[in-house]
Design a binder for this molecule. Sequence first.
Ligand SMILES: [Fe+2]
Length: 388
Amino acid sequence: MEAIPPPPPRILIVDDDESVRDVISVLLREEGYNCVVASGADMALDLAQHDETPLVISDMKMPGKDGLWLLEAFRDKHPDTSIIMLTGYGDTEAAVDCLRRGAVDYLLKPPKLTDLIRSIERALAKRRVELARKRYQKKLERKVRDRTTELRAALRDVNTTYQNTLLALVSALDAREHETSDHSQRVVEYTTAIAHRLTIKGAELEEIGRGALLHDIGKIGVPDAVLLKPGKLTPDEWVEMRKHPDIGFNMICPIPFLSIPSQIVLSHQERYDGQGYPRNLRREEIHIGARIFAIADTLDAMTSDRPYRKGTSFSNAIAEIGRCAGTQFDPEVVRAFLDIGEEGLLKIKAEMLARKKAKAEGKVEEKPAVPETPATGTPAAEAPAHDK
Ligand SMILES: [Fe+2]
């Protein structure tokens, strides 16, 4: 079957002189082009609005809106249209100006037919190449967009996998020591809230949250006889218990993703005044995440019920933490903590409870935070059995 040739491209001829319009259009029609004519710039724009116009041949000097005005209007409204300008003798400067403003060519009036056809063919060929380039670029941009979306989804998956791995790690500890459930979750929330008050955000905030989540992960390596002992620990047993920050650090520090959280795990039992363990670090030697965590952990330990005592009120715990600013805790972090206030802290706890309840009833997806885990509070006023 013979292929049907494409229709000739439409050429719009714009000239205020009717005879010029007629001569050019008749000659070009004879050569097989599809011509339309306009007597001025407004009419030309009107015609171009209704049908695709690959090429315009326009006179430069026209009463009212001239060829230059039309050129600008086409650049603005129909950037894919090529424009050839017709200029009179002695108007070379204007002609050069046309090229600078985006015309593909200019011809002196009256143009020779051969020159005109050569210029038209050159303009149309150039336009075809330009359109092909634009299509290719659009295709590339679409591909890049699609790939970026895929990459983002893959990163989200990786992140979820990381998060689930951390939750599994914490669950492993919880399986051994489940005296105080939800502790890690609350500690992460309090830690994050204080960090936020200190204007920590983005990746750093997430790292600190992970450190708080994993703080006691090293207890996996503490023997059952020590970790689960109901009574007081002997000095030797304390030596074992106090190894848990190092054990936790060694467990997770080789994982690049957990490099910062491992620092928090290592120093979560340190005190601002240097009386903590395992390295007796002081002040800014302790990672900021661990200095924040210490307050969050103490708040939760003091306000949570234990088998051997009732939890104290938030106001008591807040007052006690305030008293320990500069000794047990970093005073600047205490200030940020006090800024949240009792109401703010109770709200955080209430929101967590509401989320847990909704999750238990299958109403909402679990917040990507933490599962139920055991506690290792270090309350200033009253320390729990195993975490002094
Ligand atoms: Fe601990």
